[in-house]
Write a protein that binds this ligand. Structure first.
Ligand code: ADP
Ligand code: MG
Length: 646
């Protein structure tokens, strides 16, 4: 209602941050590093950049105002909103940059970007000279890249006299940030929130999707107007929830209609924008923890909190990160309930008990840097000539073992030498915005003469799955899909899909005929052309192997030789490094076409009740041997390093 009747100027002036605009700018003027804390929705993300812009922090070649976000969705949606508020076309004065998508021009003064993008920029511009101000937004999320940026920006602030660094956070952790930046001042934006009633369940739900659907239905039928926000774990759970809820509502005719809206990071951006559109009927938004603080939704009066989220966790057993559904922390739970009290008093339904909250949930999240693989970060820091990682200024240092594990992986790939210093190959690899194994695949492809093919495969692996199975037409789509499969390799299947599409003039019709997401394939094409540019800059030769697919499989093997498995019996493999049993995932071409080669490599493991290899390619054991020291264990590597340093 408010957004429809008030002008943009009135909306901006209504935000809590507006009442402290002058003091805030004064505080920025007086300090090099400033911590700003305020409730979600107070206007930090959308207003701060504009205030700085209006006060000439970005005029006359002074550089840009950069604002980092831990999430891609947030960077894009906020940039859109601010462009609208300023009244410019997106990409002009206000733009955004996320991996593989740069929507900025030479006119851009306010740039929203993911923290990963800024981190990469620091590779080639260590003092971040392009920027007059850098806002590290949503710092409380403690994403991996944000945590690394903390250390880097602290150094930049010491070297550059003319830079302003602002750290913003929801109302937690500000003291910790201030301590890290040598006692930087904290500016608090006064809050304007309404009381939220908390309703615990008697016990944790057995099936949280089911419980959330029931609760949403009950709220919709019994409670006065106001939107519902459900916190779910990830895309699959969100889709099921939306479907079940829609079915339940459709089956009961007397219920008023409701608009059901999913939101998660892989959702198409025009679908994402729908959550901000006004609606006459009640909205029910089903979200990941992106809606906790990154996106501000007005009009929510009811929050349904499942108590879970999906996070990336390093699994030492399998030697890689895996997404895991985990209980949230108490801090998350409180942020979630706060979403119900933005525009009026609200209610938060927690699908777990008071006891669960007090005894099963940690007080705060474990920062990502302490629970994920650091290969990317280590490579980046090494190429910034930060050699002794154990001495790097981390707010919360990662476990030493994780650092050493990541170094071991990089050493296997040839990015580090035996003394742990970066190699020429490592420097080259750091220039690619990809996980090290994927970059390695590209570089080997250069040696083998199949870069064109590997560029396609790597691009296909960098987007969500291109296949879809519409409900009710599963068999039909499976049959069509089967014709595109290449029996010995899912990677070659991905290549084949792209090549067929290209042969058909990149046609949309071809995609819908083959149950393939055209938008995703177009994205692949874009990613591919960007990677191709970087490959050219790095002097890789752009060559095709002319259907000599053994070369392609060999390049794939060079990247994944640590992810190799040997057949044990029908359907069963043994992981060569960990000796653990694993299977080919049913979505694989090898599974579908009943192909069971002796040796395979895989892109990742999916953990359910069993371990499944996903995206699998058959390989020649000779290639695996050539790849070198794969039976050299992490332990031996440590020993080796220790010997050398003595
Ligand atoms: P904070 O960063 O302090 O949580 P924001 O600056 O994100 O606050 O949000 C301030 C206000 O801007 C919100 O209350 C909301 O009304 C509005 N807003 C933010 N993003 C959008 C958007 N994409 N579309 C419409 N309104 C938005
Ligand atoms: Mg914000």
């Amino acid at each position: 209602e408010f957004t429809r009747t008030k002008t943009i100027k009135q909306q901006r002036e209504y935000l809590p941050i507006y009442s402290v605009r002058e003091e805030l700018l004064k505080a920025v003027g007086e300090s090099k590093v400033l911590i700003i804390s305020g409730e979600t929705g107070s206007g930090k993300t959308t207003q701060l950049t504009q205030y700085l812009y209006e006060s000439d922090y970005a005029s006359h070649g002074n550089g840009m105002i950069g604002c980092t976000q831990p999430r891609r969705v947030a960077a894009v949606s906020v940039a859109k909103r601010v462009a609208e508020e300023i009244g410019c076309e997106l990409g002009q004065e206000v733009g955004y940059s996320i991996r593989f998508e740069d929507c900025t021009t030479k006119n851009t003064r306010i740039k929203y970007m993911t923290d990963g993008v800024l981190l990469r920029e620091s590779l080639n511009d260590p003092d971040l000279e392009q920027y007059s101000c850098i806002i590290m937004d949503e710092a409380h999320e403690r994403s991996l890249n944000t945590d690394v940026l903390f250390g880097i920006l602290k150094k930049v602030a010491q070297r550059r006299r003319d830079i302003k660094i602002i750290i913003t956070s929801a109302t937690m952790n500000s003291r910790k940030f201030s301590d890290f930046f040598d006692g930087a001042s904290i500016f608090e934006i006064p809050g304007r929130t309404f009381p939220v009633g908390i309703r615990f369940d008697k016990a944790a739900a057995e099936d949280y999707v089911d419980a959330a659907v029931k609760k949403a239905l009950q709220v919709h039928i019994q409670e006065p107007p106001g939107d519902i926000l459900i916190f779910m774990t990830g895309q699959e759970d969100i889709e099921v929830t939306c479907l079940l809820l829609a079915e339940k509502i459709a089956s009961q005719e007397t219920i008023p209609p409701i608009t059901i809206l999913p939101i998660y990071s892989q959702l198409r951006s025009d679908d994402q924008a729908k959550i901000f559109e006004s609606s006459k009927q009640r909205k029910c938004i089903v979200a990941t923890n992106i809606a906790e603080t990154s996106l501000t939704l007005d009009g929510v009066r009811y929050v349904i909190d499942t108590g879970y989220c999906k996070i990336k966790v390093y699994n030492p057993k399998i030697g890689m990160d895996a997404l895991q559904i985990t209980p949230i922390s108490q801090a998350n739970a409180n942020q979630r309930s706060g979403r119900a009290g933005r525009t009026g008093p609200g209610i938060c339904y927690r699908l777990y008990s008071d006891t669960n909250f007090r005894s099963d949930m940690l007080e705060n999240n474990i920062p990502e840097i302490q629970r994920t693989n650091l290969a990317n970060v280590v490579l980046l820091l090494k190429s910034l000539n930060i050699d002794d990682l154990l001495q790097f200024d981390f707010m919360d240092p990662p476990p030493q073992e994780t650092i050493l594990n990541s170094m071991y992986q990089l050493w296997l790939l040839g990015c580090l030498d035996e003394a742990g210093s970066i190699t020429d190959l490592g420097r080259k690899m750091a220039q690619f915005p990809l996980d090290p194994p994927l970059t390695k695949m590209l570089i080997t492809a250069d040696e083998l003469g199949c870069t064109e093919e590997i560029l396609t495969i790597v691009s296909m692996l960098s987007v969500p799955s291109v296949f879809y199975r519409p409900k009710g037409r599963e068999e039909e789509s499976d049959a069509v899909r089967e014709k595109l499969l290449i029996s010995e390799s899912d990677h070659l299947t991905l290549l084949n899909v792209y090549e067929q599409w290209k042969k058909n003039d990149y046609s949309g019709q071809w995609c819908s005929d083959h149950f393939i997401q055209v938008k995703t394939l177009r994205k692949v094409r874009e990613v591919r052309s960007q990677l191709k540019d970087i490959a050219k800059q790095q002097n890789l030769k752009l060559t095709s192997c002319n259907y000599d697919y053994d070369l392609v499989r060999k390049a794939i093997c060079s990247a994944y030789f640590t992810h190799a498995a040997k057949i044990k019996s029908i359907g069963e493999y043994t992981n060569l490094r960990t000796a653990m049993p694993c299977r080919v995932h049913p979505s694989s071409a090898l599974f579908t076409l009943g192909h069971a080669p002796d040796y395979v490599v895989y892109h990742e493991l999916i953990m359910t009740t069993k371990e499944y290899m996903s995206c699998v390619t058959s390989v020649d054991p000779k290639w695996l041997e050539e790849m070198g020291p794969m039976f050299f264990s992490v332990k031996e590597y440590y020993g080796h390093r220790r010997d050398r340093s003595q």
